[in-house]
Design a protein around this ligand. Structure first.
Ligand SMILES: [Zn+2]
Length: 232
């Protein structure tokens, strides 16, 4: 039989089938160690990981996986890796609680994307977030157009913190649902208010004789602005 079709080798390498039993025992031991280690790290359930926590998980993950099924990797060295990684994590977490600078280096800083109702387009460059992704995240949080939103902050965990205007203060803003956002105006008409698709800037659509160029970002793609309230 040619070597590429040697199923015994593909499935078991050179191990006897009894090695599978050893894998079961190794996995149970590592499972318990992972559980104890993660509890010891003090973390609760994990929804969003900061970069630093991701490093922790990757470090533990690779140390945890190998001894489960590599015969020549012992469990004790993996256990030491766990001890060291968790100790480092605890130490650095304490340092970053104590020193703001350490925290900034490790976790980054929260970043404003909308501040007092204004879209800060530079935030997209700084965060690696695209405008499409941003609008999608707002839609999931029941935002229909940017005039409803006073502040959006991207937390270091990657989550969005959103503050809304009360209904009576909702302004005209750029609609962010795809059907409205893609209805770009191609000629001037009597639209009330229009919004720039790039920066969300709003201006009167009544007084110009042709579609203006946005003074903020110098493109001239506009859609009809919305002032819909959040709740009916
Ligand atoms: Zn603009």
């Amino acid at each position: 039989m040619p070597e590429f079709a040697d199923w015994r080798k593909i499935l078991m390498h050179d191990h006897p089938f009894t090695f599978l039993l050893e894998v079961v025992v190794r996995t149970i031991i590592m499972f318990v160690i992972i559980l104890i280690a993660l509890r010891a790290s003090g973390k609760r359930g994990i929804k969003q990981l900061s970069i630093f926590e991701l490093v922790l998980i990757i470090g533990l993950g690779s140390a945890a996986g190998d001894p489960m099924f590599y015969e020549d990797v012992g469990i004790l060295p993996a256990f030491i890796v766990f001890l060291v990684v968790i100790s480092l994590y605890t130490l650095v977490t304490r340092l970053s609680d104590r020193f703001v600078k350490v925290e900034k280096v490790l976790e980054g800083e929260p970043l404003y994307v909308i501040r007092e109702g204004k879209l800060l387009t530079d935030a997209f460059k700084d965060s690696g977030l695209s405008q499409d992704e941003f609008f999608a995240a707002l839609r999931v949080s029941h935002v229909e157009h940017l005039g409803q939103v006073r502040t959006v902050l991207i937390e270091t965990s990657g989550e969005f913190s959103i503050l809304f205007y009360p209904d009576e203060e909702v302004k005209y803003g750029l609609p962010i649902f795809p059907d409205k956002l893609q209805e770009k105006l191609n000629s001037h008409g009597n639209y009330g208010y229009i919004a720039c698709v790039k920066c969300g800037g709003v201006r009167s659509g009544k007084d110009a004789t042709k579609l203006p160029t946005c003074p903020e970002c110098e493109v001239s793609e506009w859609v009809v602005a919305s002032d819909a309230k959040r709740v009916g």
